[in-house]
Design a protein around this ligand. Structure first.
Ligand SMILES: Nc1ncnc2c1ncn2[C@@H]1O[C@H](COP(=O)(O)OP(=O)(O)OP(=O)(O)O)[C@@H](O)[C@H]1O
Ligand SMILES: [Mg+2]
Length: 301
């Protein structure tokens, strides 16, 4: 990717990385872009299988000489395809860069995540979760209501505390971050300050936060400002279109894009905030369990 501007590389380097040869339409996605701002946007449609490789290469490697984690936010209503996108993205990182990943899961059941085939740690065993390197950390209990929430909070806190160390070099997925943020431990401590700390300071320990959520307004503003990639599925009504469009920088430009997206096809808009470029995509290959690398394999940052 370092040599991304050579003609040979241009065809594989699709549309997300900054590229001076881009058309004016493609370049007008930039938040601070000058004169082209009010022109209608033309956003390409590209199946995920075509751009997945490029995404995996540039995610956190804007400057390959100095790789820095890039927090990522995935937004969409129930059943839009958020967890499927997340699973594909972390699976690719596992295969091509051996980046460790722990998925914090809180739902009672989730068919999509099961298809990833990663071990599931249900008893809060943090040591095991770290040793596996690729796993779903999914504390389960028979308790209900607030007792269940406190149990989940205790287990998540335990993991977040253990992961907080120099060179953690891990992707931390918070699936339904809005729910996790609202939890309090049995000692009454809110989890939100830990999550804010992960977002603000995690990058220096090599931590990439991948936030999955249903609504943009559920999370604090700070969350968006720390995010380098936004993936948003078709919103369900005009109000949501407006809120989603705001996350992409220029509301007027992005609202019509959201209005034309096909939710039946599980289309999403992905934007790289460093380059200002965006495309519409959809997952076009099935999620299958793939062998994990050996736990002691070195990751490529
Ligand atoms: N591109 C796609 N092609 C075919 N099926 C898809 C696609 N995207 C998602 N689905 C299917 O839609 C269903 C919901 O997907 P997923 O679990 O990823 O949604 P979600 O946004 O995480 O939902 P929730 O908010 O309930 O967690 C799953 O059965 C999934 O396989
Ligand atoms: Mg989901």
């Amino acid at each position: 990717m370092a040599a991304g501007n050579t003609p040979e590389n241009r065809s594989s380097q699709y549309t997300l990385q900054n590229d001076e040869s881009s058309t004016s339409a493609a370049r007008s996605y930039d938040d601070q872009g000058p004169a082209v701002k009010e022109e209608p946007l033309v956003v390409e449609r590209v199946p995920w299988s075509v751009i997945a490789q490029e995404f995996t290469e540039i995610w956190g490697r804007h400057d390959p000489q100095d790789p820095q984690p890039e927090h990522t936010e995935v937004i969409g209503i129930n059943g839009s395809g958020k967890t499927l996108w997340m699973c594909k993205a972390v699976q690719e990182r596992m295969l091509s860069r051996h980046t460790a990943c722990i998925i914090l899961q809180s739902k009672p059941a989730d068919e999509t995540i099961m298809q990833l085939g990663w071990p599931i740690v249900t008893n809060g065993d943090v040591k095991r979760a770290l040793k596996e390197r690729w796993c779903v950390y999914w504390p389960l209990t028979n308790a209900t209501g607030n007792e269940r929430k406190r149990y989940q909070a205790d287990m998540f806190k335990r993991l977040l505390d253990a992961l907080w160390r120099p060179n953690a070099n891990t992707i931390v997925v918070l699936d339904d971050v809005g729910y996790i943020q609202g939890l309090h431990t049995s000692r009454g401590e809110p989890l939100n300050p830990d999550i804010e700390m992960y977002l603000r300071e995690g990058r220096s320990s090599g931590i990439t936060c991948l936030l999955v959520k249903q609504r943009p307004q559920g999370a604090k503003r700070e969350m968006h400002s720390e995010t380098y990639w936004t993936i948003a599925f078709a919103p369900k009504d005009e109000d949501d279109q407006e809120r989603f469009a705001q996350l992409f920088g220029n509301r007027k430009q992005f609202q019509p894009i959201f209005a034309q997206m096909n939710s039946e096809k599980h289309e999403f808009l992905i934007k790289y905030h460093r380059s200002g470029l965006a495309v519409i995509s959809w997952i076009d290959t099935p999620l299958r369990p793939l062998a994990r690398p050996k736990p002691n394999v070195k990751s490529r940052s």
